[in-house]
Design a protein around this ligand. Sequence first.
Ligand code: PHE
Length: 330
Amino acid sequence: LKREAIDTLQSVADAEALEAARVKYAGQKKGALKDVQKLMGSVASEDRKTAGMGFNEAKNAIADALQAATDRFSQGGASGADPTFDPSLPGVRPRIGHVHPITQTITHLTEIMGRMGFEAAEGPEVEDPHHNFVALNIPEDHPARDPLDNFYLATAQAAEKSNTEGSRLLRSQTSTVQIRVMENKQPPIRVISLGRVYRPDDPDATHFPMFHQMEGLLVDKHVTMANLKTVLRVFATNYLGDDVQIRFRPSFFPFTEPSVEVDFLWDGQWIEFGGAGMVDPNVFKAVGYDPDQVSGFAFGLGVERLCMRRHGIKDIRDLYSGDMRFLSQF
Ligand code: PHE
C-alpha cells in the first residue's frame, strides 16, 4: 500500500489527480490508511508493536509524499515544478481599465441635470422615420430626410416598399426620445436623454459620423423661454464654470417654435453647443397632447463639444482612436 501510494503521488499530473489520490489514501473517512488502522484491533497482541510501527512509518511516508506533491503544484502551476519561476521577483500589476471620457461626461451631465429634477430616459439607436422625422414635424420632402444625410439601413422591408415608412435608420438626433417619452407619459415631464446619434459626415477635428447628444425636454403648464434659458445657464455654469455666459441666436428647427441656437461664452469665445426652442404645437398633436393645455421647451447639446471644451481636447477623433496614451489621461 505504501509503495503504491507513494508512486501515485509522485506521478500525479495535476491538482485534481492529486486531490483524488489524497482522498483515496489519506482520506479521513474512507482512505486506505484508515482501513488499515481499523484492522489493527484484530492483530494479535504480540504482533501489535511491530504492526503499529510499520503502520506509522507508512503513514508518515505517505504524508511526506503528499506534501511534496502539494508543494509541486503550488509553486510551478499545473504542469509541475517550473524551474524558471522565481518567487522573489516583483509581480506584474494587472492593467485595470477605466471609464471612457465620454462616459464620464455623460455621468457628470446626468448628475447636474438630475439636481434640477431631470430624469434620464433612453430610446433605441435604430429608429423608424416616424420617431426620427414625422412626429417631429419633419415632412417627407424635408432635406433632413435625404438618404445622403442619414444612415438608412438596408432592410428587406425597405427594399420591398417604395414608401419610407417601412425603413429604418440610425437616429440622427436624440429628439426621437422626446417623442417616445411623450407617447408613454402624460405631463408634467422633465427628462434628459443622453446617447449616440449618427450622421454621414467625413471625420475631421470637429466631425465624426457617430457622436453623442444630450436632449432635454420639459413639458408642463405655462413653460416659457425664460425657463429654458435659466435651465441652460444653470447647466453651463455647473459644467463649464461660474463665468460662463449664455446667448440665444434665432434659428429654425421643425419641432420647435420659436427656435434658437445656444452659444456659451467661455474663455472670451462664443461657441455653439446646440439647438433649443419651445416645443412646436404639431409635435404635441403628434403625441396626443393638447397644445392649448400644455407648453414646453426642448434642447439638444453636443456631448463631445462639452467634454472637449472642459478638458481642452482639440480633435474629436482622439476620443474614438482607442489610443491608450490619450485615453489614460482621463
Ligand atoms: N435635434 C436638434 C439637432 O440635432 C437639436 C435640438 C433639440 C433643437 C431640441 C431644438 C430642440 O440639431
